[in-house]
Design a protein around this ligand. Sequence first.
Ligand code: GDP
Ligand code: IMO
Ligand code: MG
Length: 424
Amino acid sequence: MVDVILGLQWGDEGKGKIVDYFAPKYDVVARFQGGPNAGHTLYVNDKKVVLHQIPSGIFHQHTINLIGGGVVLDPVTLKKECDTVASFGIDVKKNLYISARTNIIIPTHRALDRASEVSKGAEKIGSTLKGIGPAYMDKTGRNAIRMGDLLDKSFVTNYIKLRLKHQRLLDNFHFNEDISEWEDEFFEGVEFLKSLNVVNAEYFINDKIAEGRKILAEGAQGSMLDIDFGTFPYVTSSNTISAGVCTGLGVAPQKIKEVMGVTKAYCTRVGSGPFPTELFDETGEELRKIGSEFGATTGRPRRCGWIDLIALQYACMINGVTQVVMTKADVLDSFKELQMCTSYMVNGEESKQVPFQISRVKIEPKYQAFKGWNTDTTSFKDSNELPTTMIEYVNFINTYIGAPVKYVSNGPGRNQIVSLHGEN
Ligand code: GDP
Ligand code: IMO
Ligand code: MG
C-alpha cells in the first residue's frame, strides 16, 4: 500500500520534517512531482539540512528513496545535494533510485524561466527560477530529455536540438546572458547522474507493493500551488495533489491508503499571487520572525497570515485527506488572540468556497477569534500536556475541514511532534 504526505497550503508546511519523522515506518519514500523548486528542511543529528530533490527518507539507512517520473530533475542541484547527504555518511549509490521517466532540467530551462519572469513584469509568478515551468512545458510539448535518455547515444544530439529550440525562444525574449558555465556544470552533473541507480520505477514500485512493502509518497509544493486546482496562474507547473501520486509514480488509485495533509497552524506564501488572509501589520511580522519564515530555496521572506479554513477544506476535499498534521503550533505559543478565516466576502457576498477567479477578485476574509494558549509548548511530548485552548483550536479545525488533526508539531526538531491519538 501507498500512503501520501503532502502540503495543504502554498508550500513550506513542514513536509520534509514530517516525512523524515514517519520514514522509519516505510520501506520506500518516493517523490512524485516538483523539482529543485522544493526546499524541505530536516534536522539530522541537530544539523539543519535542506533537501530539494532527494526524498526526505534519505537519512534512514534502511529506506529506499525513489525520484519518480513525475519529477523534473536538475543534475547540477542533485549532485550538490548528494555531496551534502554523503557528508552524513549516507551512500546515495546504495539507497537512491531514479525513474528512467524523470524529466531532466537543462540549463536553457533555467534561462527561459528567468526570461519569462522578466517579460511578465509586475505580473511575474515569483518563480524560484529553477527552470520548473519550461521543463514541464517540454514534457507536455513532447520535447523533453528523460533520465533514461541520458544513457542513450542519441543524448548529445537531442540535447543540442533542444538547446537550439530554446535559443530561438531566448532570442525572442532578448535574453543574452552567457550560460556556458551552466553548461559545464550540467554535463558534470549528467556524468554523476549516470552513476546512480536508474529503474523502470513503475515496475520497481508495483513489485514492492506486491511484496507487501510500505511506500510513502512525498509531495513537494502545496495543494494551492497545484497547476489545475491552485491559484492559477500563480502556481507551479505540476499536480501537487494526491492524484499526482498516480501519474508521478505509476501506482493505481486504489493502492493509496492514507493521505496525510500537512498544514501550518497559520499560513504562509512565498512568491506572487492571491493570499486572502495575508497580514501586512505587526502580527504578520511577528509570525515571520517567530516562525523564521524565509524561503528554504530562495531565502525570500515568506508572506504570513492567519490560517485559512476555506482553502484548507478545499485542499482536504481535492486530496481526499484522511488525517492532518498541524505544524508550527509552537509559533503561536506567545499570541494572546488567534484568528481563523471561516468565510470569504467576494463582491459583497459571503462564500465558503475558493472562487475560480481568486486571482482577479478582491477577497475580504471573515475571521473567528480564538483565545491563544500563551504557553511554551515546545517540550511537550504527550497530548495530555497540550493546553485546552490548543485542543479547542484543533477541534474547530477538525469540524470545519472534515478531517482529523492527528499530530501537532511543536518545534523544528525531529522528535518535536505530539500524537493526539496516543501512538507516537
Ligand atoms: P517544507 O517545504 O514543507 O518541507 O517546509 P520548509 O522546510 O520549507 O519550511 C518549514 C520550516 O519550518 C523549516 O524551517 C522547518 O525546520 C520548520 N519547522 C517544521 N516544523 C516545525 C514546527 O513544528 N515548529 C517550528 N517552529 N518550526 C518547524
Ligand atoms: P516546498 O516543496 C513554497 C512557488 C514559487 C512561485 C510558484 C512557482 O518547499 O513546499 P516555480 O519555481 O515552481 O515555477 O514557482 O510556486 N513555489 C513554492 N513555494 N514552497 C515550495 O516548495 C515552492 N515551490 C514553488 O515561490 O510562487
Ligand atoms: Mg519548503
